[in-house]
Design a binder for this molecule. Structure first.
Ligand SMILES: [Mn+2]
Length: 395
């Protein structure tokens, strides 16, 4: 086997939402075009294929997945997919694709797969086999780890430390398989949070996360680590990398999304990042509505998907007309979002007047005046009692 040419991508988040489907399609088309023109041997999808459990019916993204996986399966030798976080990739939602095409291999827990690419892409499960196989690529697939990750610990609510201990042992087992295949290029595909990863400000991590140190991951003894889960493309080390997600999904994901191509020849790996041409950064713009105008920093990248977070005082609310909104849509596209943060009158006054108050009594008096409420003696008595009570408690 000369060089093996792979694509590393992750976090496709195929979704029933039309807007997300359009974004996914554009970038999948680009990746597919590259694959058919450049003799790509295999596609690696490092988890979160789905955005959530897909409904049946017309808007389901299952059709979209089948359409593209079929097209990729036709132009390359294999597709390797691991399961992501259960919130996105529900149990068995990835496994179901296993039988869709012969050359689609899916992993829902963990597996070591030996590929013989010369021989019509023969696939060997190295967990099962006792004899050494004739292979030219070894892939360790490690799905999103949770505390019930391995069969034997199912149902036991173990602590992180104990979990990591088990996880280390598991990856050492992967490493022992690597040792058997010294001269074969080895790849680990992992979905999860590796220590040192940076989030783009938009990505929301759901649930409690296990953060895995790099030295744990490296126990598999691979030449390269193709990661998924973090949507911002980045290197953790020169051979440990998140390819990033397929498209900009949440506001705050400002970066240009991309995919990676890997060229493997024994221990030598060449990685190239290819940016998606039709990327739309998703940007939140801080704005203020004042004297009938929306004010903001006009230094906005062209073509971005925008959300204006607009502060507006209650008294000026009536000045915000439909015309102003439609002007914004004309300028920034019909999908521009404007979110209002309405500042009540008394709060805006509070910042200047009440700040000067030296005691709780003064502060309350000033506040009552601002909101046109009567300040009574009985209220003052209550306040003094409250203050005394607090003093007693503090002592
Ligand atoms: Mn994801």
């Amino acid at each position: 086997m000369n060089k093996i040419h792979l694509i590393h991508t992750a976090d496709w988040h195929l979704s029933e939402k039309e807007k997300n489907k359009i974004k996914a399609r554009k970038n999948l088309d680009q990746m597919l075009e590259y694959s058919s023109e450049n003799n790509v041997d295999g596609l690696i999808i490092a988890g979160d294929l789905w955005d959530r459990i897909q409904p049946f019916g017309n808007d389901s993204a299952i059709k979209l997945a089948y359409e593209y996986l079929d097209a990729f399966a036709k132009v390359m030798k294999f597709i390797f997919i691991i399961k992501g976080n259960s919130f996105h990739d529900a149990p068995q939602s990835v496994e179901l694709l296993n039988n869709f095409r012969d050359n689609i291999i899916t992993v829902e827990k963990n597996a070591a797969i030996g590929f013989n690419l010369k021989n019509k892409c023969e696939v060997n499960d190295l967990f099962e086999s006792t004899t050494k196989k004739e292979i030219d690529l070894l892939i360790h697939g490690i799905a999103y780890p949770n505390k019930i990750f391995t069969e034997s610990y199912k149902g036991i609510d173990i602590q992180n430390e104990i979990f990591l201990d088990h996880f280390n042992q598991l990856l050492e087992f992967h490493g022992s398989i690597s040792n058997t295949y010294q001269n074969v290029p080895k790849l680990t595909v992992f979905h999860g949070n590796v220590m040192g990863a940076k989030l783009s400000s938009g990505q929301i991590i759901i649930g409690q996360e296990l953060v895995i140190p790099t030295f744990t991951i490296e126990k598999t003894g691979s030449n390269y680590y193709a990661l998924g889960h973090i949507h911002l493309p980045q290197n953790i080390k020169s051979n440990i990398r998140y390819s990033g997600s397929l498209y900009n999904k949440d506001f705050g994901e400002q970066e240009n999304k991309s995919y990676d191509t890997l060229e493997l020849a024994n221990d030598d790996i060449n990685v190239t990042t290819i940016k998606f041409k039709q990327n739309r950064p998703m940007i939140t713009v801080e704005a203020e509505f004042k004297d009938g105008k929306i004010l903001y920093d006009k230094n906005i990248p062209k073509g971005a998907e925008l959300k204006f977070k607009c502060r507006i005082s209650e008294k000026e609310r009536s000045l915000l007309t439909d015309e102003i909104i439609s002007n914004m849509k004309n300028e920034y596209g019909s999908d521009v979002k404007i979110e209002y943060c309405i500042i009540p009158v008394e709060i805006s006054a509070r910042s200047t007047e009440i700040m000067k108050a030296k005691t709780l009594l003064e502060e309350v008096k000033e506040y009552m005046r601002l909101i046109n409420e009567e300040y009574t003696l009985s209220l003052e008595e209550k306040l003094i009692a409250l203050e005394t009570e607090l003093m007693v408690e503090l002592r």
